[in-house]
Design a protein around this ligand. Structure first.
Ligand SMILES: NC(=O)c1ccc[n+]([C@@H]2O[C@H](COP(=O)([O-])OP(=O)(O)OC[C@H]3O[C@@H](n4cnc5c(N)ncnc54)[C@H](OP(=O)(O)O)[C@@H]3O)[C@@H](O)[C@H]2O)c1
Length: 317
């Protein structure tokens, strides 16, 4: 149970990745300002979190079961929180989906929306009324750079995050009237199970209904570029956790929070050309005409951003 003065933070999807690291960072806060309710759909997956939380487990961190795709599970979880009082709700749970649209079943597409979009709305509908009544609270949504800029072969995943951005942009205005803050966290690539799950999923697939040219572009052009981009620009889940903590602690939290400044020009490019042609053609050339240059520049970027070089650059000695 939260001690007096502690903020109650409920996080979805804490069995791995970003959710796990946010839970641990907040639960291990030196000043013990937070009581973290870390949730996951299957508590059998709690070991990594419990180990990382160390002695915070059972003190500033407790666990509850929560599947964002189930009305019943969401209600049961929030009802189990003392007085249903949540100061900060972090909607982190999400799934990815990558591949040619022709090869993806409608059921798989709906699952992405059910988790990434309706899952967040289900949580907000359950928690927001109490926040509005109390005239206070902070709702955080882990979106993605792909909620602002579409990426080839990520059509449905990007659409689910775009939908979330539109929903939140609309709701944020109303919530201000109730002193409830809404913030988006927009990471670029992050090294988590997310990336591995997608690669494992793709390697098993046969892409039924997709023509050989498209399969070739996906497997031999897009996938290698995507791996390069993850390796060169990928952040750690701890980077995203730190950024989220800053957003929670800011006096006036920002609505949008791109976690990786290297993506700012990509998002700016989109707004610089109202016809939309600049982004579409730039991405087309980057992928199909400049593949080898991109591979080289990503490798260069990897060297420039690698930890040891960075350490050497800033080291006083
Ligand atoms: N990694 C990236 O490159 C990246 C980039 C931008 C944004 N994001 C976003 O960051 C968020 C976290 O992803 P991650 O990278 O940390 O991936 P991850 O390691 O795969 O974590 C995703 C978490 O969501 C949980 N989850 C999935 N479906 C759920 C459901 N129905 N109910 C409750 N929990 C569910 C998973 O639980 P199980 O263990 O039960 O599967 C897991 O704990 C996602 O919203 C993702 O879209 C990730």
């Amino acid at each position: 149970m939260a001690a007096p003065g502690q903020k109650v933070v409920l996080i979805t999807g804490c069995s791995s990745g970003i959710g796990l690291r946010i839970a641990v960072l907040l639960a291990r806060d030196d000043a013990r300002r937070y009581h973290v309710i870390a949730t996951m759909r299957d508590l059998k997956r709690k070991e990594k979190l419990v180990e990382a939380a160390g002695d915070a487990y059972g003190k500033t961190l407790s666990l509850l079961t929560l599947d964002v795709c189930s009305d019943e599970s969401v209600k049961q979880c929030i009802d189990a929180v003392k007085d249903r009082h949540i100061d900060v709700l972090i909607n982190n749970a999400g799934i990815g989906l990558v591949g040619p649209v022709e090869s993806i079943s409608m059921d798989d597409m709906k699952k992405v929306f059910e988790t990434n979009f309706f899952g967040v709305i289900r949580m907000i509908k359950e928690v927001m009324p109490d926040m509005k009544k109390r005239r206070g609270g902070h709702i955080i949504v882990v979106s993605s750079v792909m909620g602002l800029q579409g990426v080839v072969f990520n059509d449905v995943y990007a659409a689910s995050k775009f939908a979330m951005e539109g929903f939140c942009e609309s709701l944020a205005v109303q919530l201000l009237k109730f002193n409830v803050t809404l913030s988006m966290i927009e990471p670029g690539p992050v090294h988590t199970e997310f990336e591995m799950k997608m690669i494992a999923d793709v390697s098993k697939k046969e892409f039924p209904g997709t023509d050989p040219d498209t399969v070739n572009y996906f497997k031999n052009v897009y996938l290698p570029s995507s791996v390069d981009i993850f390796e060169a620009l990928g952040q750690t889940p701890d980077d995203i956790a730190m950024c989220t903590k800053k957003v929670i602690e800011a006096r006036s939290p920002r609505f949008r929070n791109l976690t990786n400044p290297l993506y700012t020009p990509i998002v700016a490019m989109k707004y610089a050309d109202e016809t939309g042609g600049l982004s579409v053609h730039a991405f087309y050339h980057m992928l199909f005409n400049m593949g080898s240059i991109m591979h080289l520049s990503m490798n260069l970027m990897k060297c420039l951003t690698c930890g040891c070089l960075r350490r050497r650059t800033i080291s006083p000695s």
